[in-house]
Ligand binder design. Structure first.
Ligand SMILES: NC(=O)C1=CN([C@@H]2O[C@H](COP(=O)(O)OP(=O)(O)OC[C@H]3O[C@@H](n4cnc5c(N)ncnc54)[C@H](OP(=O)(O)O)[C@@H]3O)[C@@H](O)[C@H]2O)C=CC1
Ligand SMILES: O=C(O)[C@@H]1CCC=N1
Length: 270
């Protein structure tokens, strides 16, 4: 497989994440809409992608046959059936399998395929739909070209880093589930904002843009949050009073505990 020339990408499982990946991919110059195939059993919810030129199929094997990169985006409990179905069509000399499935290791995927197809695990998040994903990648036996190509692909869709596979569950929690945690923070801010006088729409805009700005301060400035917090906290001021009350109520502690509970839900010793 060349590092740049692919004929088609097939996304197996056009659900929340699969369609988010498709939407992000369509915004890149990485491929044309007719180079993208997406499958699910019930195609009705994703007919809108057909209007954009994407090929929709119910046959996973037919999708795999037409593609050289296959993105597996089904729930973990569907993996065995789907891989058993597509294994005959997956050719080691042709295909790269990228799995975004939570908690299924490269060894487990390879064992289900029972053939030496290159497998890369990717853990993106739903912000991939707007090319703002944080994607963690891991691999075992992929070629340099396949790894480079996959990094380039996900860097077109946000930021991508390569991690050890044993950190993949932690990446799932911090990066993928993290979208939900961040949105809950924003929702709570909106509720507080309404209580102090804003209508919901205005509170939503202020809270979301403020979180975006805070995140950009860290990303662009490569800073620790507390450095930026120090700039906001006037001595005896309102910020520190509110922050300390949040901590007295268990703000950081509840987040840390939530993250570790989420982690225990999927983590295994690897
Ligand atoms: N949602 C997220 O934020 C993230 C999810 N993930 C992982 O990505 C995977 C997908 O998650 P998510 O998109 O949320 O789940 P969804 O349930 O939304 O999507 C899974 C899709 O797979 C389809 N599907 C099920 N069986 C088959 C089959 N035999 N052939 C083809 N398609 C099939 C389903 O459609 P139908 O029933 O019509 O076939 C469904 O649309 C999971 O493993 C999840 O852990 C990883 C990171 C983030
Ligand atoms: O909650 C879940 O199981 C999946 C994994 C990452 C995001 N959603």
């Amino acid at each position: 497989m060349s590092s740049i020339a692919i004929s088609r990408i097939a996304i197996i499982g056009g659900g929340n994440l699969g369609t988010s990946i498709a939407e992000g991919l369509l915004q890149t110059g990485f491929l044309l809409p007719d180079q993208l195939i997406i499958t699910r059993r019930n195609l009705a919810p994703i007919r809108y992608l057909e209007q954009k030129g994407v090929q929709l199929l119910t046959s996973n094997s037919a999708a795999v046959q037409q593609a050289d990169v296959v993105i597996l985006a089904v729930k973990p409990y569907n993996v065995k059936d789907v891989l058993t179905e597509v294994a005959p069509a997956l050719l080691p000399e042709k295909h790269l399998l990228i799995s975004v499935v939570t908690g299924v290791t490269i060894d487990e995927l390879t064992a289900l395929l029972a053939k030496p197809v290159a497998v890369i695990r990717a853990m993106p998040n739903t912000a991939i739909a707007i090319r703002e994903s944080m994607t963690c990648l891991s691999f075992k036996k992929a070629t340099t070209e396949q790894i480079t190509w996959t990094e380039q692909l996900f860097n077109q869709l946000g930021k991508a880093i390569v991690i050890d596979e044993k950190l993949m569950d932690a990446a799932t929690i911090l990066g993928a589930c993290g979208i939900a945690y961040a949105l809950r923070f924003i929702r709570a801010s909106i509720q507080g904002g309404i209580e102090i006088g804003f209508d919901a729409r205005t509170a939503n805009l202020i809270a979301a843009q403020t979180v975006k700005g805070a995140a950009e301060l860290l990303i662009r400035g490569n800073r620790h949050p507390e450095e930026e917090i120090d700039k906001v906290t006037t001595p005896k001021g309102c910020t520190i009073a509110g922050l300390n009350e949040m901590e007295h109520q268990g703000f950081s502690s509840s987040l840390i505990k939530g993250i570790t509970v989420s982690y225990r839900k999927i983590a295994r010793d690897e």
